[in-house]
Structure formats: structure tokens, C-alpha cells
Ligand binder design. Sequence first.
Ligand SMILES: *[C@@H]1O[C@H](CO)[C@@H](O)[C@H](O)[C@H]1NC(C)=O
Length: 366
Amino acid sequence: MGFFKLLSSPQYERLPTNALHPKSRFTLNKSLLMYGMYGVLGISTYTAIVLWCSHFFTKKPYSYLDNFEHINNIPLVRDERHWSSSSSAVFSSLYSDSFALAVAVLGHSIRRANVSASMILPYIETQVSSKALCIAQSVGWKTHPVGLIAPPRDGEDMATPRFRDQYTKLNIWKLGEELGFNSAVYMDADTLVLRNFDELFHFPWEFGAGLDVFPTKDARGFSINFNAGVLVFRPSQSTFEDMKSKLETSNFPLAHAEQSFLNAYFGGKSVRLPFAYNANMVIKQRSRELWAELTKETRILHYTLVKPFWHNKMPEEMILTPEELQALAETTETRDGGLYREEIRLWSNAFDRMMEDQGDAINACY
Ligand SMILES: *[C@@H]1O[C@H](CO)[C@@H](O)[C@H](O)[C@H]1NC(C)=O
């Protein structure tokens, strides 16, 4: 009877908060309690010693928040009342020919996901050929030349020379306002769109990005700093000028280029995007469970650890033929014991679909 009563009227049952409470359903043997306390004391002392040692012997990851510098006066939320009309854009960037086909596949994936926004591609005029521009334009990118923004302090301390072009990304704030956009999403050329993300254009805040994740052997793990591969931002000439004026003078680690600067600038004000908007392949290496969960909803996949279209010995001015590219993607599938095979195949399939739809236009660029 009691069982049926319980079913028909579920009772609110308090969670046990204190095992020694007189009304507790559990009774504790006193000597057991003593041994338990000695045990806890021993474990705590041991833990304290280990923590004390590790405090002195391990290098803490840099924290933008512990090193906070007041350099950003931009309000958290944009006052939308003054907007003439809402117009949205997706930005990427092209700094060398070797990423031309990647940015084309990205553009095609944006259109296939029915993302409604304009597609704007800033490129560094002196480093990108007309052939590369032609390929990008074939899938709908509107290309705009921008000047290179030199790294602060002449590029000292940069992790790789490849990062020297990365500060040029900041131009999206300026170009975005010049072209009349109110809300925008930026994606690195090594990303692929799997699902529509139009909701990002209704983002009320100034800035958002997904958190960064480091490979398994890196103690930083899941970081609270953001990854700059996907950004939601408000185009603004004045934000651009403000950031640029602070590049040389603010004190941030220079190794990771614009990503570090953006963390220093927006770190205290950025809104965290779910991982589905910047599904960094490092997550797959750290947690197959989280990755499996993500794949059901991923909007933007980020090819950080392996790039099906690029390898680090590829000259910057090289544009592979479609056949060479397919061969490279197939080789990449076997990397890390085939861990990323599925993701590489998603990219190869997106490439095939692009060639089906726009192959004639793309082949005419060669
Ligand atoms: C995009 O729109 C077309 C035409 O309305 C539709 O057939 C297609 O299923 C849509 N694709 C996605 C991914 O929503």
C-alpha cells in the first residue's frame, strides 16, 4: 500500500546534510568515527604537503584575469535602439594562397547551412594572388584588401613566424563598420560549418567566444581563456582604433599573437559560447564522451590539431589542385592512429560537394 501511496503522491525528501544529526537514518559507531577522523587528518596533511610542493615546482599557466589591465571601456551590451537596420556578416580571413581552398570550402559550407549573412573575406593584398581570390569568390566570398597589422614589439616572442599575420584579424572591426554591418561572426579559415548558426546574429553583447582547450599532455587542459578561431563581435571603427592604440603598450604574453591580445582586451567581458560553436578537435583528444555529445549539435568544427588541406611544409604561395588536395586529405586521415578520420571525412565530403556545385568556376581560376 505504502508503495502505491508513494507513487501517487511523491514526497519531498530532504537530502542528508549532517550524518550526526539525531534524526539521521544512519547511526555511526563511535570508534569507527575516530579512525575515520585520523584517516581524514592523515590524508589532509599528505595533500597539504603535495600541494605545497607542487606550488613551488610547477609553472602556473598565465592568467589574463590575474594580470588584468584596464584597457577596455566598451559597454557590455550594445544599445540597439540607434541601429538603422540590423545587418549581419560572416567574416573569415586569407593571409596566404595555401589557405585559399580551405576558405572556399568554409564559404560553401556557410551557404549550404543557409546562413543568411553576407560573407566578407579580408585578405592581405601583398600576400594573396588573384588565383586565390578567384577561388574564394567562386563560392560567394566578397573579398576586401586590408593592410597587414604588424605584431607588437617587432614580433618578438611569437610561438611561430606563421603568427606574424594574425593581428591583421583586428581589421574586421573596422571593415565591418565601413561596410555597414551591426553584428558579425568571425571564423578562421580552418573551420567548417556543419549547421546553421543564425542565432549568433541576435547576440546582445559586444563580444563572445568559445573557451580554449589544450592537448592531453598540456597541463592547461580546458582553459578559461577563449580561443580566437570563432568570434561574435560588433563591428566598430572606434573599437578597432582603441584596440590598435593598445597593442604596443598593454602587457600580454606575445607568443599567441592576436588571441592573447583579444583575451587581454575582452577577457573580463567576453561571453562564453558553447563548444558547439567552436568544436576544437583537441576536445576529441581529451574527452571522447564530451566530443560524442557535441557532435549532435556542432555548428562550427575547428581543425586545430590536423588540417586536411594543409601541412606545415607547404609553401605559403602553394595552391593544391583538387586531386592533390584529395590525396593530402586521405593521408591526413591516418594521423594520430586515425583518431580524426570522421572529421577529416566531413571536410573531404564538403570539398566534394563544393566541387560538384562550383567546380567549373573554381577550375577556371587555375
Ligand atoms: C537550406 O534551404 C533549402 C531551401 O529552402 C533547403 O532545401 C535545405 O534543406 C536547407 N538546408 C539546411 C541545412 O537547412
